[in-house]
Design a protein around this ligand. Structure first.
Ligand code: SF4
Length: 504
């Protein structure tokens, strides 16, 4: 039997089993990387995302080669042609691959007609394996992220004081929702100049026009494990102490604030979840950092990320087509060109995404996702956009994050109520409304904020359905304060808004 290893673009780590199991034989084991131009054309990916993935792949391939692995790097239209050639040239009888996290890609590999056995090895890039999560989920009457997170804290002994959570509480989220103050002094993000490999990828993407979405330069992301480790160290040193307090705040021109910016590297395999958690927990003990910041951050990695991954595999393939509210509106053109909206919150957030392929969790959930939900955009269209636009987005994380959490399209598998909000929330948590064409307080009239008329229209038109969710009762009781006449105006504004939209 001759083994060959195919390294996938989102598993750039020597810790994956195909590499770690064969380490002692590395000089004899062929390893292949493939960039497929046909595959990336399936989505209108942000151009910086393409640069990141391909540059990180090329750097990782060079590192393996320098470590004496027998590396082949192919740039091709499809995956099958270079694979077949390489299998034949090297007489490979068993192709080892880390089981792809994304279901569509797993299906694609299984559909390839290859003249050898394909052996999928367990993906060890999460704290919980798929099987462990499924066992946990099957033992529960309800699936709550908070329950799962607490189980993880105990299981991996993180921020624990014996059997109790450190500080006496599991969750310090209440301390992590401070609105922005004026003149916040935020740290600059750590940036990296493109080296020759990255510049070559940038030029290639420009030349081949794989996508026209998003600004390609300046490109300042890390592309190697060593650089990603620097980003982690910088975050722990400079940003973590303040991270919690303002993690939900949004400020014009402040793209990163105290956010870690490590999710692109974590999802590519350049960083491991456990090393991130350990670095943050160690800093807590060594520097007596605020527990709300440390716990809030660890919850994102150990709770939220693991939970999204687990639910994705716990649900079947049909989950991606969920549409509980039966929303079918198309994606407005401004999602592809931020200059085409005069709603300042959307304009600021979409401009930032165009420039950097990044937005933090509240910009994603409460500006972009919230707007799509209350305006009635198809969950599949908005999920496709998120997947394409964000630098850290993959199928496994976007299905659950957008379809489940942002759009509540799964009817409550993942969240206990929809994340729907009017301008009130955006005004409280940002400075966007002060510079907007619309009036944040109006739900009717010429300057009514679309977040207001869409919010009330959403509650009104889905009233019956929402009544089945206990946590919505208080919100729904506010509907009584609005007359039927006003609902008529609200609904007519919502219809008029859609009539005036250009569709992307
Ligand atoms: Fe957004 Fe409305 Fe505020 Fe304008 S007024 S920034 S549209 S929430």
């Amino acid at each position: 039997m001759t083994i060959g290893i195919w390294i996938l673009g989102d598993r750039l780590t020597t810790k994956q089993l195909s590499l770690s199991n064969n380490q002692s034989n590395k000089q004899q084991i062929p390893v292949i990387f493939i960039e497929s131009s046909e595959y990336v054309k399936q989505h209108p990916y942000h151009r910086q995302k393409l640069v990141l993935v391909w540059s990180a792949m090329r750097h990782f391939a060079a590192e393996l080669e320098a470590d004496n692995w027998k590396v082949t790097y192919k740039i091709a239209a499809d995956f099958a042609t270079p694979l077949q050639d390489w299998l034949a040239t090297n007489n490979i009888t068993e192709l080892q691959i880390t089981t792809p996290c994304d279901r569509p890609f797993h299906n694609l590999i299984q559909s390839l007609d290859l003249n050898c056995e394909i052996k999928f090895l367990a993906d060890n890039h999460f704290l919980w394996s798929k099987e462990e999560f499924i066992t946990w989920a099957n033992s529960r009457k309800r699936l709550l992220m908070e329950d799962f997170y607490r189980e993880g804290r105990k299981r991996f002994n993180i921020l624990m004081d014996g059997k109790k959570p450190l500080g006496g509480k599991w969750n310090y989220d209440k301390d992590n929702r401070k609105p922005p103050k004026k003149n916040l002094s935020t740290p600059s993000p750590l940036t990296f100049e493109p080296d020759a490999i990255t510049q070559e990828v940038i030029d290639w993407i420009k030349q081949e026009k794989f996508s026209d979405y998003g600004r390609i330069e300046p490109f300042n992301w890390a592309v190697t494990r060593q650089q990603a480790q620097q980003v982690l160290t910088y975050f722990v040193q400079e940003c973590l102490p303040q991270f919690g307090t303002y993690q939900d705040a949004m400020v014009t021109g402040e793209y990163t604030m105290w956010h870690s910016l490590i999710s692109p590297y974590l999802n590519l395999g350049l960083l491991e979840p456990r090393e991130i958690i350990d670095a943050v927990e160690t800093a807590y003990y060594q520097r007596e950092l605020p527990l709300n910041s440390v716990e809030g951050f660890i919850r994102q990695v150990m709770g939220w990320r693991e939970y999204m991954h687990g639910i994705y595999h716990f649900q079947d393939e049909n989950y991606s087509q969920s549409n509980w509210f039966e929303h079918h509106q198309p994606l407005p053109e401004f999602f592809g060109d931020a200059s085409k909206t005069d709603m300042n919150c959307l304009h600021q957030t979409l401009t930032q995404v165009e420039e950097t392929a990044y937005g933090h969790h509240i910009q994603r959930l409460m500006v972009l996702g919230n707007f799509a939900l209350i305006a009635g955009i198809s969950p599949q269209e908005i999920e496709n956009w998120f997947h394409s636009a964000f630098i850290d987005a993959y199928d496994w994380v976007m299905q659950t994050n957008v379809i489940g959490m942002g759009q509540f399209a799964d009817g409550g598998v993942l969240a206990s109520k929809p994340y729907a909000a009017s301008a009130n929330y955006i005004n409280k948590m940002s400075d966007y409304c002060g510079n907007c064409h619309y009036n944040k307080s109006d739900r009717t009239g010429d300057r009514a904020c679309p977040f207001n008329f869409f919010y009330w229209d959403f509650l009104h038109r889905h009233h019956e359905r929402l009544k089945s969710l206990g946590r919505m009762n208080l919100v729904l009781s506010h509907l009584k304060r609005i007359s039927e006449n006003e609902f008529g105006e609200i609904s007519s504004l919502a219809r008029k808004w859609w009539k005036n939209q250009q569709i992307s």
